[in-house]
Design a protein around this ligand. Structure first.
Ligand code: MLT
Length: 325
């Protein structure tokens, strides 16, 4: 019996030692960031900017893998099922890590099956339309949508995605009924908007910014209380005559539950260093992204914020009766 106990104790010491050694040398191979939307979109862009700078700190490449569909819930599921060793990161936002839980019957619990790493910059939304839509102001585009309700289309990244939640919010404030066209992400939706195949998107500003600047799409209002430094010509929804249309899409990084705490701490430190890097901050700012406050950049702060957002949005989304696609 004594021999058995000391063998068991030795085994525990060995395993813990192995774990600590692994955490000490983490990362010693490439790390995958699972982005649950199509390449080229706002989530993909922010994940790649962060990954690139985190590589500089941690010395291993951060590889983005786009795992799409069902408004991101498939990609999040893939991350949840991954080994809790720090080599798979779940990228997400209000849609994928909050809204989807109130819409889809998910094979995972987004609050307890994932461990928070860091809150990332947030994105105000912008109402944009195809270049040929006969409207110059938000009031005119809302009037056009009302007059063409039977046929007018709004592109989204699926039921529960940021662009969809923003559309549902616009409906609730205006009484409009929009026909939603789901895509694997807002990158392909934006291509169709430029091409005139769909009429509007309530998109993340960072995704539409380039096309707005090039004049290939029209922008009508920002869903924030202040104008975007990157596009001061676009009025806020308040200024454009739709008071209360406030929505910023926050983003974050998570890892599978059970990932060693010191691995989470290393990832968090690398992400904070990335956001504090002036070159990274300028790129994000030029895209219209807002940096989270420094005291909001801890894993614990994301955990508290995530729970609060679930408590806030689930009743609203369930009341809206949004059905999975
Ligand atoms: C994307 O990257 O395509 C977006 O985050 C999708 C969305 O939620 O609207």
């Amino acid at each position: 019996m004594r021999a058995l106990l000391s063998a068991a104790a030795a085994a525990v010491v060995f395993v813990t030692g192995a774990f600590n050694a692994a955490a000490q040398t983490y990362p010693n191979r490439p790390v995958t960031i699972i982005v649950p939307f199509a390449a080229g979109g706002p989530s993909d862009a922010l994940a790649r900017i962060m990954g690139e700078r985190m590589k500089a700190t941690l010395g291993q490449p951060f590889v983005v893998e786009n795992v799409t569909c069902a408004a991101g819930s498939i990609g999040v599921g893939r991350a949840v099922r991954s080994a809790p060793d720090g080599y798979t990161i779940s990228y997400g936002h209000l849609g994928t890590h909050v809204a989807n839980g109130a819409i889809y019957s998910l094979p995972y619990d987004m609050l307890t099956d994932l461990a928070p790493v860091v809150l990332l910059p947030s994105n105000p939304m912008v109402v944009v339309s195809k270049p040929t839509l006969p409207a110059k102001t938000l009031k005119e585009v809302l009037a056009w949508l009302k007059a063409n309700q039977a046929t007018a289309t709004a592109g989204t990244a699926g039921a529960g995605s940021g662009s969809h939640i923003a559309g549902v919010y616009l409906e609730s404030l205006t009484g409009l009924r929009l026909q939603y066209v789901p895509y694997r992400g807002t990158a392909p939706a934006l291509n169709d908007l430029v091409g005139g195949q769909i009429d509007i998107i309530v998109d993340q500003a960072s995704n539409s910014m380039q096309q707005i600047r090039s004049g290939r799409i029209r922008a009508y209002a920002i869903t924030d209380s202040k104008r975007l430094a990157a596009a001061p010509e676009i009025p806020t929804a308040e200024e454009a005559g739709l008071p209360g249309f406030h929505m910023t899409l926050w983003n974050g990084l998570w890892v599978p539950k059970g990932t060693p705490k010191d691995v989470v701490a290393r990832l968090n430190a690398a992400a904070i260093e990335a956001m504090a890097d002036p070159a990274v901050a300028k790129r994000l700012n030029d895209l219209g992204l807002d940096m989270p406050a420094r005291d909001q950049q801890t894993p614990q702060a994301l955990g508290v914020w995530h729970k609060a957002e679930v408590d806030k949005w689930w009743p609203i989304i369930k009341k809206a009766g949004i059905k999975p696609e």
